[in-house]
Design a protein around this ligand. Structure first.
Ligand code: NAP
Length: 484
């Protein structure tokens, strides 16, 4: 058997082995087989990264914004230059269709760098004149070392969404991708080095949550934590950070409502709902996993939704025609199957899917595939409708009026995102205002403008990312008061 490629940590501008010398197999979800090895680092590697980040901070934080901007722009250019290679790595690591990685994830990662590279050239500071007494101005300074922890579903996109603003404003960073999907951040380190990012500004330590993530959150010199992941892990991160008074942003899970009124453009609503249900095999935190349809349109919607969903092509993620790839891991596949079983015990009817597709090809015969699955007939309050599954499983439930569906949408511990489909403008505003989610999309889904605040309410997290919010999060405002 050919030797597996070894991913390395990136510390102080160098690719290094973990101090403990241990590695974990990195499994390709489409085949169920290891295709590379990832460092099984521990707190000693985190300490090394902190020392490198500390050493680099002084110079990087004082570098002119134009210099930092130029390097980040170069990183964006190089991601685009290497688009095919990076997209392929993303597809192999995650099981998502290569076509999706190529058209969405990787271009968006480049956009993240370009956006923050240019944003820092256009910031303004506030000044407040206190009558004839004093003149105040606000100095926003980088906070020091930022700890950036991300999940496996959109590995490069989410990590770059944190790295770009953190280092753009002059912090140095230690990032930990999920150990399930380390390859794109490994490639990013090569790109960062080629782009001329000074040593120690970005350090990536690979490994598990308990052995690498926890030491980052607990390290007294890491002053700022930006975390994206599950709500249960978010609680642990919050607990670790609270006694050290760290600044923390938590982007957590979701169970997002997707509401279709009978007056919607049904063609658009059905196409949009199939996409929001099953993009990346339902493994996008923003996927609309609870679909609510007004009763008068319910039968028509369900029939056409099932028809369109059944046409989604499951296949080898590396095949350009594939629309549904693999689930990220065996553990995640087991979780999906658990909930499909639970849904039936709770009285649900499997209207479509509910099992694995026929073996796709010889290469993928042991991969973690599951058919897009639609469940009807469940009460709104059951576990299947309240708990995050994070896979290709949606429920569809009828409703009778606006008041009722707003109650359904909000009857959930999560509050990340929602969609509303209607042609009635007044209704769109009314409903959007009353749904407790950080984002409400009207007649669309996953439209992103990097300037808008992004984040969740309730158990979906605290803090906001995006544009000005991110620039503020990664800086400390200092008021300087000068007597007149
Ligand atoms: P997860 O298990 O919470 O892991 C997220 C990251 O935290 C991983 O890098 C993980 O490392 C690390 N981690 C685990 N334990 C830790 C600890 N004690 N201290 C510090 N870090 C620790 O989440 P996941 O399963 O990777 O991702 C799926 C979840 O992310 C879903 O709930 C999804 O909704 C959420 N998500 C939210 C957003 C958003 O913007 N709100 C976006 C995408 C995904 P390991 O990989 O080694 O466990």
């Amino acid at each position: 058997m050919a030797e597996l490629e070894r991913i390395e940590n990136f510390i102080d501008g160098k690719f290094v082995d973990p101090l403990g010398g241990k590695y974990l197999d990195n499994i390709e979800p489409a085949t169920g087989k290891p295709y590379s090895q990832v460092p099984d680092s521990d707190a000693r590697d985190v300490d090394l990264a902190v020392a490198a980040a500390e050493k680099a901070f002084e110079e990087w934080s004082r570098a002119p914004a134009t210099d930092r901007s130029r390097i980040l722009l170069r990183i964006a250019d190089l991601i685009e230059r290497d688009l095919e290679q990076v997209a392929r790595a993303e597809s192999i690591d995650t099981g998502k269709p290569l076509s999706l990685a190529r058209s969405l994830d990787i271009p968006r990662a480049a956009s993240n760098f370009r956006f923050f590279a240019t944003a820092i050239l256009h910031t303004e500071s506030e000044a407040h004149i206190t009558d004839n007494v004093a003149f105040n101005y606000t100095l926003r300074q980088p906070r020091g070392i930022a700890g950036l922890i991300s999940p496996w579903n959109l590995p490069l996109y989410l990590l770059s969404w944190k790295i770009a603003p953190a280092i753009a404003v002059g912090n140095t960073a230690i990032a930990k991708p999920s150990e399930l999907t380390p390859m794109t951040s490994f490639l990013l380190c090569k790109i960062a080095r080629e782009a001329g990012l000074p040593n120690g500004v970005l350090n990536i330590v690979h490994g598990t949550g308990p052995k690498v993530g926890a030491p980052i959150t607990a390290h007294p010199k890491v002053t700022t934590i930006s975390f994206t992941g599950g709500t249960a892990t978010g609680k642990k991160v919050a607990e670790a950070c609270a006694p050290l008074f760290k600044k923390v942003s938590l982007e957590l899970g979701g169970k997002n409502p997707n509401i279709v009124f009978a007056d919607a453009d049904l063609d658009a609503a059905i196409a949009g709902s199939v996409r929001s249900s099953f993009a990346n095999q339902g493994q996008v935190c923003l996927c609309g996993s609870r679909v609510f349809v007004e009763r008068s349109a319910y039968n028509d919607f369900v029939n056409r939704f099932l028809d369109k969903t059944s046409q989604l092509r499951s296949g080898d993620p590396l095949d350009d025609k594939t629309e549904q790839g693999a689930i990220v891991s065996k553990t995640q596949l087991d979780k999906v199957m658990f909930y499909v079983d639970l849904a039936q015990k709770e009285g649900g009817r499997i209207a479509l899917g509910g099992n694995a597709p026929e073996p796709i090809n010889n290469r993928c015969r042991d991969g973690y595939f599951f058919k897009p699955t639609v469940i009807t007939g469940l009460p709104v309050s059951c576990r299947t409708n309240r708990e995050e599954i994070f896979g290709p499983v949606v429920t569809i439930t009828p409703f009778d009026n606006e008041e009722e569906v707003i109650g359904y949408a909000n009857d959930c511990e999560y509050g990340l995102a929602s969609s509303v489909w209607t042609q009635n403008l007044n209704r769109a505003h009314r409903v959007a205002e009353r749904i407790n989610t950080g984002t409400v999309w009207v007649n669309c889904w996953l439209v992103r403008d990097l300037r808008v605040p992004f984040g969740g309410m309730k158990q979906s997290g605290v803090g906001r990312e995006g544009g000005e919010e991110a620039l503020r999060f990664f800086t400390e405002p200092k008021n300087i008061c000068i007597a007149k």
